[in-house]
Design a protein around this ligand. Structure first.
Ligand code: ASP
Length: 616
């Protein structure tokens, strides 16, 4: 089909012709992006992965080629032979890199026709997302999508190259395996050979990577797909990609160094320079200063201003004197109208007993000394918005809960309510404070998370990270004591910290990891603390517990979400924009229409009977 090219084997990409190519012969192949018919002259914008070049068909110069141009429609695939020519000064297109040249066609071949697509890659107004996902192959032809996928490639490659250079091996682990410990619902794969038995798709390669440490592969990584059947929030995907790694004999700091190293490489691949080492913050401090375990450092931390008030002031304001009084400062908001002030109340979601004072002026009128002290302490400047969050005087001591934790649950409800309001205000007034500029990357390590979380529904302790995370050495005594009272929300377990860490960027968790347990006796205690009997632990993780007994080196690691990193680097709005074939919020692939029912025969082979949902 391409024999007409004759000796001209050297084809060009559409986006790379430059003035220095003028006078040479070129062959371009690609898609018809646009066609403009001016009678004697027809212009075709020919597009491929690298860009667009203008092709000119001139009836006077080449009547046959010009005639063929009549047949061309959007998205036809064509080959053009022609001569590269400098454009006249007044027709130079400064918006595209090839804008100083054009290809004067001598011959044109239609390599394939195209139906009229439901939308065009060159459309400026985006069609609805369902149509984009159904016709993903057309959608992926769009410039932005090509850019996003290319960015993804460069970022993944930079990470691979960096880790390889650091002596890490990329090692594959199975997709058809058994339940892993991340705690989400599994996707199951039925076994035909053993009817009634199922594989689980891995929620992460957690246990395999730990076993690789036991096997002596002391630096492992993998850019790997993970599967979690969770109710999908807007920014989740049922299958997603992690940069997963594990090392033997590391301190947490060593893991952080490696992560910082590959993030520098990844960001550089997208033309951003970032600074390392990243700042570090204790979980407790994150809660006290930001009310959340993934602080967004682009805006000021909040301040406890309880001591700016007198006891009498607090009583008058019906504020609980035992709890923090938080001042949230949002910079450069300026004077608020009455209506804008009223809009703040609905943005506040009280986590039990917290209330807000959105009208700081009123406080200032009534308690000028307190207001002046608050402004000083919180560093407020002219035009900054100050909103207070405090405990309501009516809330007595809350449900009896751990006394061991540095931050008590009643304090936590104040901090958490303030934390959410701080973020909501930051979003709402982003145009005014201008702290959310593209390219401003504030990384942070959050460390020393609590090891356990009390599940009020199940009335038991759950692993805050996963059950293979090592407790803090200093808290072993608390663990010892805690396993004696595992059904008690007051148990010393509440104060056990984990050697776990999260890497956070601008208020989003990019990844989390931990130093692991490498001793069977401690692992056993953790299972006990989690309310698991020996039998249960054995039946779920027996193979792993056994492996731990054969000379396990101390080890630790982390996993970061690649999709999210690429999303940030590409400046995309959703994970779906950087995943070539993503699923919708209902976990459906609209292009290939998965999942679908399967035939009776397939089910029979698998020994499966499907119970159809009862009609409502
Ligand atoms: N497996 C963990 C996760 O996917 C990460 C880790 O601890 O390395 O969240």
């Amino acid at each position: 089909m391409l024999d007409f090219l004759g000796d001209l084997r050297r084809t060009h990409h559409c986006g790379i012709l430059r003035p220095s190519d003028a006078g040479t012969k070129a062959v371009l192949m690609g898609w018809v992006n646009r066609r403009r018919d001016l009678g004697n002259l027809v212009f075709i914008d020919l597009r491929d992965r690298t860009g667009v070049t203008q092709v000119v068909l001139n009836r006077e110069l080449n009547a046959t080629a010009h005639e063929k141009a009549d047949l061309l429609r959007n998205e036809f695939v064509i080959a053009v032979i022609g001569k590269v020519k400098l454009r006249d000064a007044d027709t130079v297109n400064k918006n595209i890199p090839t804008g100083e040249v054009e290809l004067v066609a001598e011959d044109i071949r239609i390599l394939n026709e195209s139906k009229l697509p439901p939308f065009l890659p060159s459309d400026t107004a985006l069609t609805n997302e369902e149509t984009r996902l159904k016709y993903r192959y057309i959608d992926l032809r769009r410039d932005v999508m090509q850019f996003n996928i290319e960015t993804r490639h460069h970022v993944a490659k930079a990470i691979r190259d960096y880790l390889s250079a650091q002596g890490f091996f990329e090692i594959e682990t199975p997709f058809m395996t058994r339940s892993t410990p991340e705690g989400a619902r599994d996707y199951l794969v039925p076994s035909r050979v053993q009817p009634g038995a199922f594989y689980a798709l891995p929620q992460s390669p957690q246990l395999f990577k730990q076993i690789l440490m036991i096997s002596g592969f002391d630096r492992y990584f993998q850019i790997v797909r993970c599967f979690r059947d969770e109710d999908l929030r807007a920014d989740r995907q049922p299958e997603f990609t992690q940069i997963d790694l594990e090392m033997s004999f590391p301190q947490a700091e060593r893991v952080w160094e490696v992560v910082e190293g590959f993030l520098v490489a990844a960001f550089r691949a997208a033309n951003y320079e970032i600074k390392t080492p990243f700042p570090r913050m204790d979980y407790d401090e994150a809660i006290r200063s930001f009310g959340i375990d993934k602080p967004d450092l682009r805006l000021p931390a909040f301040t406890d201003v309880r001591d700016c008030f007198t006891e009498g002031n607090l009583r008058e304001l019906a504020i609980n004197t035992n709890l923090p009084v938080i001042a949230i400062r949002t910079p450069k908001v300026g004077e608020l109208s009455r209506k804008e002030r009223d809009d703040i109340k609905p943005m506040f979601h009280s986590k039990g007993g917290a209330k807000t004072f959105e009208d700081f002026k009123r406080i200032a009128n009534k308690f000028p000394d307190a207001a002046a002290a608050i402004a000083r302490k919180s560093g407020a400047e002219e035009g900054d918005l100050t909103v207070l969050v405090a405990g309501s005087a009516q809330t007595g001591p809350q449900t009896a809960m751990p006394a061991h934790r540095k931050v008590t649950p009643s304090e936590l409800s104040i901090y958490a309510s303030a934390g959410l309001l701080r973020l909501a205000l930051a979003q709402k007034y982003a145009d005014r404070h201008k702290c959310f500029q593209r390219g401003d990357f504030r990384f942070l390590w959050v460390t020393n998370f609590p090891m356990f979380e009390w599940d009020e529904g199940e009335k038991q302790w759950m692993a805050a990270h996963h059950p293979f995370t090592s407790p803090h050495e200093e808290d072993m005594k608390l663990l010892e004591a805690g396993v004696e009272s595992v059904n008690d929300p007051q148990s010393p377990l509440s104060a056990v910290r984990a050697l776990a860490y999260d890497v956070v960027l601008n208020g989003t968790e990019l990844g989390s990891g931990s130093i692991r347990i490498h001793r069977q006796d401690i692992q056993r205690k953790i299972f006990r603390a989690l309310g698991m009997t020996e039998e249960e632990a054995k039946s779920r993780f027996g193979f792993f517990l056994e492996a731990l007994e054969y000379g396990t080196p101390p080890h630790g690691g982390i996993a970061l979400g690649l999709d999210r990193i690429v999303m940030i680097l590409a400046g995309a709005e959703s994970l779906r924009e950087v995943i070539p074939f993503p699923k919708t919020a209902r976990a459906v692939d609209l292009m290939c229409d998965a999942p679908t029912p399967v035939s009776e025969r397939q089910l029979r082979e698998l020994g499966i009977a499907v119970r159809r949902p009862e009609p409502k």
